[in-house]
Design a protein around this ligand. Structure first.
Ligand code: SAM
Length: 350
């Protein structure tokens, strides 16, 4: 059912009937405090990881519902990691803000290990305790010999990390959208304070197709997004009702929030042409022509990914921001003092 009647200017509304959702107790949340955003992801519990990431044992298969954007995000992260290793770094530190079940941090850690980093430190935090519990359990089972912690914490608070101590900071899949827009300048400043390398984020664009965040869209009975008040309301087919704050970004707006504190290396739209539905016969009935259509969609994506008007209609905006700070990790201090010793040796012959 589509709630068309109550749509003022710039409201999204959509709804599709379909297969029944996973049984949960009914959520009835009508305000937008962080606790209520946390409740939604707490209630989703372990189901969120399967919704967001597909099969948890196939970390690099990217075959799930969000595969298109996942593959792009991962290509960026892999390149940044490989660049760090190629620069001679042997230790690396990651931070994932709004980490959910910790899947992205696990991917980074496993690849860093494979690349030969000898010291890996990682912290993920999220406002939803159930997600953090899941992240801790999975990490305990699969990430031995790595200094990895997961905390319940709010993105709006000061980060415990020292200045310029994190090589790669993530804030993926709209964690930022749940925060009040007026807090984003401070949040950007705080992330910039701790990041010595890159900050990588994705948010939904202003013209993106509707999402139910923790549930597939086919389980949505009614969805209403009020852009004026940054408020999203969703009724699911199983009777659950969710109402919470959610902001959709224009590309310019996202850039401006972070350009104050970072150099913007890249900003692009992901999944402009809904290629993520490619394997779905309901969207693409002519499976015979699949590879030809896929190639053409790829070509179009590449051609328009950084075109402002198209970006604002992408499913996600991907921002890659480079720190203006100089790293202050022990390793860097060591190599700086080694360089200093060398310089002293050269300038002060005995
Ligand atoms: C769509 S999920 C993305 C999770 C994870 N980044 C990923 O890509 O799988 C958004 C996450 O942001 C978290 N979140 C929302 N508001 C937050 C806040 N103020 N502080 C920390 N985490 C927050 C939610 O609990 C949720 O786990």
């Amino acid at each position: 059912m589509v709630d068309q009647d109550s749509i003022p200017t710039r409201k999204w509304a959509s709804g599709v009937t379909g297969s029944p959702g996973i049984a949960h107790s009914v959520l009835a949340r009508d305000d937008e405090t962080p606790a209520n955003v946390a409740d939604i992801y707490n209630q989703a519990g372990d189901d969120y990881a399967s919704y967001a990431d597909g099969d948890p044992s196939q970390l690099f298969a990217f075959g799930g519902m969000h595969a298109y954007a996942d593959r792009h995000v991962w290509a960026v992260l892999e390149t940044k990691l490989a660049d760090l290793r190629a620069s001679g770094k042997r230790s690396v530190r990651f931070l994932d803000a709004g980490c959910g079940p910790g899947t992205w941090l696990r991917r980074l850690i496993l690849r860093a290990r494979a690349l030969g980093f000898s010291s890996i430190t990682a912290r993920g935090f999220d406002i939803a305790e159930a997600q953090i519990q899941r992240a801790r359990l999975t990490a305990a089972a699969s990430l031995s010999e790595v200094n990895v912690t997961f905390d319940v914490a709010d993105l709006a608070d000061r980060l415990p990390e020292p200045d310029a101590s994190v090589d790669i900071t993530l804030c993926l899949y709209s964690a930022l959208s749940h925060l009040p827009v007026e807090r984003l300048t401070d949040i950007s400043g705080e992330i910039a304070r701790v990041t010595s390398g890159h900050f990588i984020t994705t948010v939904r664009s202003i013209g993106s197709t509707p999402t139910a965040f923790v549930e597939s869209l086919e389980n949505v009975r009614r969805l209403k997004h009020d852009h004026t008040n940054d408020r999203c309301e969703i009724d699911l087919s199983d009777g659950r009702h969710m109402a919470f704050g959610f902001h959709l970004f224009t590309a310019d707006e996202l850039r401006n929030h972070f350009a104050r504190n970072f150099d913007i290396e890249d900003l692009r739209g992901l999944d402009l042409f809904h290629g993520r539905f490619m394997p779905d016969a309901r969207w693409n009935p002519s499976q015979a022509a699949e590879s030809q259509i896929a190639d053409e969609l790829d070509r179009l994506e590449r051609a328009y990914a950084t075109n402002t008007e198209f970006m604002d209609r992408a499913t996600h905006l991907l921002l890659i921001a480079r720190s203006r700070q100089v790293a202050t990790s022990i390793e860097n201090l060591d190599s700086n003092s080694a360089a200093l010793d060398l310089a002293i040796d050269r300038t002060c012959p005995t």
